[in-house]
Design a protein around this ligand. Structure first.
Ligand SMILES: *[C@@H]1O[C@H](CO)[C@@H](O)[C@H](O)[C@H]1NC(C)=O
Ligand SMILES: *[C@@H]1O[C@H](CO)[C@@H](O)[C@H](O)[C@H]1NC(C)=O
Ligand SMILES: [Zn+2]
Length: 572
């Protein structure tokens, strides 16, 4: 995954609402004012949750976590993990065939030596050779808690070695930061959960709820080899819908106007790459037609770009819920917008008005409320005096959470059909002939470019759902008792977050592993307990480093989550 997309960028640059000069028709006026939702009712929170039955244990853990000895050992555990370059590549072959996977064995051995109690007490299964599942068997017959992370990292481009302040595989702790590739994405997920369990084992803790750890090996290359096989293994071993909740990397927390906002990802956009091929007769370009295939493709691309998907603010969807939390708890949120958010609860007109304001207020608005379109690849034409017979382009789409690949392709056909008709072309749309089937000058063929279609993830239940409330309560209690020295406020709220995939260079980065886990539970949370200022730079680039104190908080979070989830009455 790649740092934070849930964040509202650009908190400055507030937009003042233009005063209305014309009064609303009186018929509407009374209705509008009666319909304002109470601020109190927005963004419901649960209280910080500390484990009632394990409270003494928790206190003594926090004492240990605060000690210099513990911190240095934990930071070195992460540093040692960073020093093993578990790079994954887009063209990796099968684990049994491609020797580049073998580095994972070294990583396994490192985990064994660093976490002896975990390896003596938990059952470890190697799935598809290198992915790992650990089972910490509980005494009660209740659904397990699953903590997911990935062991692989994005390769370091050798030409950038010199741009790193500390070498990319040094794992060096400089007194504040732990440096190197994987120090943020996602080795803290692996080392943090193992450290929490090792520490609990040292205290003799025996879980009543089973805890599973699932560590993928190719999240940065799509996740199929690792998470795909892990999903199959868990379905075979525990059955479908057998997991109480899953927590994987994703959103984090940030200080907004003096309140810490934690945004676990509960929804995720879909994805599709659509390829357009324009096939026309060849020939010598001394007798050209009015439009070559390139001209026709250009016409099609122009039509796509003049008809972008309109973003739509939808009441009750995750993004709108996030606005409700901002309205209620973020003191830096403009008052005029706060009122609009309240009114938008019931008034469609105010919902539209809020949308208009957001276009300027939130740079992420388009990406969060609409299907985005980017024509990213184009090719065709071989010789300057030959008519191009085959030209093509690929458009990349991130499908908004309330839409689908089917809706996207239908719309695509609607835009393409008139272009095809205008140029006397046959339209072969995703394997089906559409429109006029008479003799034509050529063919426009549409297809899923890389078998890429991904429906938006099912939305994880939030308010009123016990797993969400357990997670929220754990996040709040961890934040409100934090051991940081950087002055992070100690009041926190939890706001549902929407994830979108981002592409940095050629690497797809998102929480790719959880898409394989949809059949294990409805309760999937994409959340790494880490602050916005805990990464030195973005992931997937130079100078990846994590603030030691930020990593420590992640260990605290994992230990609290395990202890809270252990109280079986709080979960299924
Ligand atoms: C379309 O192209 C075909 C093949 O060149 C031709 O036979 C047909 O008359 C054209 N139709 C129109 C409407 O231009
Ligand atoms: C989830 O279950 C559905 C229905 O049984 C199946 O079609 C789908 O392939 C499964 N998905 C995964 C990732 O296993
Ligand atoms: Zn990641």
């Amino acid at each position: 995954m790649c740092s934070r997309f849930l964040r509202f960028a650009g908190l400055v640059g507030l937009v003042l609402l233009v005063q209305r000069f014309w009064p609303l028709p009186s018929l509407f006026r009374g209705w509008e004012s009666a319909s304002i939702a109470r601020l109190d009712d927005l963004c419901p929170q649960v209280e910080g949750l500390t484990p009632a039955t394990h409270e003494a244990l928790l206190q003594s853990l926090d004492q240990e976590f605060g000690s210099t000895e513990f911190k240095l050992k934990a930071y070195e555990s992460l540093g040692g993990a960073v020093r093993i370059p578990t790079e994954s590549y887009d063209d990796l072959g099968l684990p049994s065939e491609d020797p580049r996977w073998e580095i994972e064995t070294k990583f396994h051995e490192y985990l064994e030596s660093r976490f002896p109690k975990v390896h003596a007490n938990l059952k470890r299964t190697k799935v598809n050779t290198y992915a790992l599942v650990y089972e910490w068997k509980g005494s009660e017959n209740v659904k397990p808690l699953l903590l997911a992370a990935h062991m692989d990292v994005v390769p370091v481009n050798p030409t950038t070695y010199d741009d790193w302040i500390n070498p990319p595989y040094s794992g060096y702790y400089d007194g504040e930061w732990i440096w190197g590739r994987g120090s943020c994405d996602d080795k803290p997920g692996v080392i943090g959960s193992l450290t929490a369990i090792e520490t609990l084992l040292e205290r003799g803790f025996e879980p009543s709820r089973t805890v599973l750890l699932a560590f993928g090996i190719d999240e940065e290359a799509g996740g199929k080899v690792g998470a795909g096989a892990i999903n199959k293994y868990i379905i075979e071993t525990y059955g479908p819908d057998s997991i109480a909740m899953i927590v994987d990397e994703g959103g984090g927390y940030d200080d907004l106007g003096g309140t810490v906002f934690a945004t676990p990802g509960v929804a995720e956009k879909g994805y599709m790459d659509i390829r357009m091929d324009v096939l026309t007769p060849g020939g010598h370009s001394s007798r050209p037609p009015k439009h070559t295939g390139i001209g026709i493709l250009a016409d099609l691309i122009t039509e796509l770009e003049v008809h972008p998907h309109e973003p739509e603010l939808v009441r009750g969807r995750t993004y709108h819920q996030g606005l409700e939390c901002r309205a209620k708890y973020d003191t830096s949120f403009p008052a005029s917008m706060r009122k609009l958010v309240q009114q938008s609860q019931t008034s469609d007109a105010k919902l539209r008005e809020l949308q208009d304001v957001l276009i300027d207020f939130d740079p992420m608005f388009y990406a969060m409320s609409g299907t985005t379109q980017a024509i990213d690849l184009v090719g065709g034409g071989v010789k300057v005096n030959a008519l191009p017979e085959a030209v093509w382009a690929v458009a990349n789409y991130r499908i908004v959470d309330h839409s689908s690949p089917a809706e996207l392709t239908d719309r695509f056909i609607d835009i393409t059909l008139p272009v095809a008709a205008k140029h006397n072309m046959t339209l072969d749309a995703f394997g089906k002939m559409v429109g006029s089937q008479g003799p034509s000058w050529g063919t426009i063929r549409l297809s899923d470019a890389f078998d890429s279609a991904l429906v938006p993830a099912p939305v994880t239940p939030t308010t009123g759902s016990r797993p969400y409330e357990l997670l929220s309560g754990t996040i709040r209690s961890t934040l409100e008792t934090h051991l940081r020295t950087d002055g992070l406020p100690m009041t926190a709220v939890v706001s549902p977050g929407l994830m979108t995939e981002m592409k940095t260079l050629r690497h797809v980065c998102t929480d790719a592993d959880t898409r394989f886990y949809w059949n294990l539970t409805k309760h999937i949370f994409r959340y790494g307990h880490r602050g916005g200022a805990d990464g030195y730079n973005g992931a997937h680039t130079i100078n990846e480093a994590i603030r030691g104190e930020g990593f420590l908080e992640q260990i605290r979070f994992f230990s609290r989550l395990i202890l809270n989830a252990d109280q079986s009455d709080l979960l299924e």
